[in-house]
Design a binder for this molecule. Structure first.
Ligand SMILES: Nc1nc2c(c(=O)[nH]1)N[C@H]1C(S)=C(S)[C@@H](COP(=O)(O)OP(=O)(O)OC[C@H]3O[C@@H](n4cnc5c(N)ncnc54)[C@H](O)[C@@H]3O)O[C@H]1N2
Ligand code: MOO
Ligand code: MG
Length: 422
């Protein structure tokens, strides 16, 4: 008889991994390499943006008071004294009764308090030089972007733990971060176990399958910000698995195995953890798929023994590997986002375990509607193609169409929009 494995709830399992997780080390990298990394410092505005009042349009810098009497029947004439290009500053102060030609982004000259767009004035010249005619009064401040209106000096713009994307990069570049301090990316070894597994480029032979878990897991790891280390396929031989895992643990802090997590004759994950003398966090979770998911720690090093069944393996990464790695990465959010959605079908679960169904959530008139995709079996791969979310169904429950359910959101590109029109 095999020893009985005691299931714990998903929440308890997540709490255990989170409680043992720790923040990773930091490094300073070039801004251009910083996409998808997590900030390891707060970004604080050390100067106002913009630094100077600037023109929002190509036009003429004027004194608003000089235009107060302007009327189509009585145009106000202003002498144009100079042209200010972006990047330049006016040679002098704007004198009453004059205007300066100014380009978008150029500094407003001292003395001016408004800008007229090129299209809104009539330009001409006489023997005293160029002048403009203004036919409508302009209010002070018009078409001026004011010093500090975008970002005031001292503002905390982004906190440590924020993922770097286009907006963060724009801000970092604005404040001169040629290099930026980020959390190091954890390296995670991925080992697929199973004597039935063939490399992806091998022709199929009876009874064998191609190793798909390695590719799936490595993709999940990259998506969440870690660096996978591919260790390939291992046959179901205890000694070989033990040596491979031991060696991997010498090289990296995180080892994921797939397969061999259950109770079969060739399932070695449990005995491997015993032999390693690692501390078991859990080896049974009251969920389907992924009930056999096993997590253990050897000192500060992690061993994730994920199920060989692809859907179960996928769930294991998203629920238990993700928060540990996100913590190492310094991320503010450790878990998949959860939303509430309306169930589009009736669902009955017989087992007492919580079901995590691969599902598709779509937004209809702004409301999230969800339905399962693919066969709800742990060994099913195809459902992962269409799934953009996971439907959480508490065990032994009947849920009716129209009920509100919890959905875990898997990816930002899972939603399609056929039209670019707003
Ligand atoms: N008597 C029992 N049998 C099983 C139990 C149980 O509690 N009692 N648990 C079942 C559950 S639940 C799951 S899930 C699976 C877990 O299986 P293992 O983690 O031991 O994985 P394997 O036996 O190695 O393989 C299972 C399945 O997955 C396929 N597989 C494995 N590796 C890959 C890969 N890299 N790429 C694609 N597919 C892979 C493998 O061929 C098997 O079909 O155990 C149940 N059994
Ligand atoms: O872990 Mo299994 O995938 O519960 O069915
Ligand atoms: Mg097995």
């Amino acid at each position: 008889m095999k020893s009985v494995r005691k299931p714990i709830t998903i929440d308890e399992a997540i709490e255990r991994v989170v409680a043992s997780s720790t923040l990773g080390d930091t490094e300073t990298i070039l801004l251009e390499k910083a996409d998808f990394r997590y900030l390891a410092e707060d970004i604080i505005a050390d100067h106002p943006v913009p630094m100077f009042d600037r023109s929002m349009y190509d036009g003429f810098a004027v004194r608003a008071s000089d235009t107060a009497q302007a009327h189509p029947d009585a145009p106000q004439t202003l002498r144009v004294t100079e042209t200010i290009a972006a990047g330049e500053q006016a040679k002098g102060r704007l004198q009453p009764g004059t205007a300066m030609r100014i380009m978008t982004g150029a500094a407003i000259p001292p003395g001016a308090d408004a800008v007229l767009m090129l299209e809104d004035v009539r330009e001409d010249k006489d023997d005293q030089g160029p002048y403009i005619e203004v036919t409508t009064p302009v209010a002070p401040g018009t078409h001026i972007s004011h010093r500090g209106e975008d970002m005031a000096e001292g503002t905390v713009l982004a906190r440590s733990g924020r993922r770097i994307g286009p907006g963060e990069k724009a801000v970092l570049a604005t404040f001169g971060y040629h290099r930026v301090k980020v959390y190091q990316q954890p390296v995670v070894a991925v080992l697929a176990t199973g004597s039935e597994l063939l490399p992806v480029d091998a022709p199929l032979v009876p009874g064998k399958i191609r190793n798909s878990n390695s590719y799936m897991v490595e993709s999940q790891l990259r998506r969440l910000g870690a660096v996978p280390k591919t260790l390939g396929i291992l046959a179901d031989h205890f000694e070989a698995c033990y040596h491979a895992v031991t060696k991997a643990l010498e090289e990296v802090d995180f080892v994921i195995t797939t397969g061999g997590a259950a109770v079969g004759d060739y399932d070695f994950v449990q005995s491997l953890i015993e032999r390693l003398n690692a501390d078991l966090l859990f080896n049974k979770v009251a969920m389907r798929p992924g009930s056999v998911t096993t997590v253990a720690k050897k000192g500060e090093k992690w061993i994730f023994g994920l199920s060989g069944n692809p859907a179960a393996c996928f769930v294991g990464v998203e629920l238990f590997v993700r928060p540990v790695l996100k913590r190492v990465l310094g991320a503010q959010a450790l878990h998949l986002p959860r939303i509430s959605a309306t169930l589009d079908v009736d669902i009955t679960t017989t087992n007492s375990f919580t079901r995590l169904m691969r599902a598709r959530t779509e937004f209809h008139n702004g409301k999230a509607v969800v339905q399962p995709v693919g066969l709800d079996k742990s060994g099913i791969i195809s459902g992962l193609l269409e799934a953009n979310s996971m439907l959480v169904i508490p065990g032994g429950k009947r849920l009716n169409r129209g009920e509100q359910v919890q959905v875990m959101w898997l990816e930002e590109e899972g939603m399609h929009n056929e039209s670019a029109r707003l």
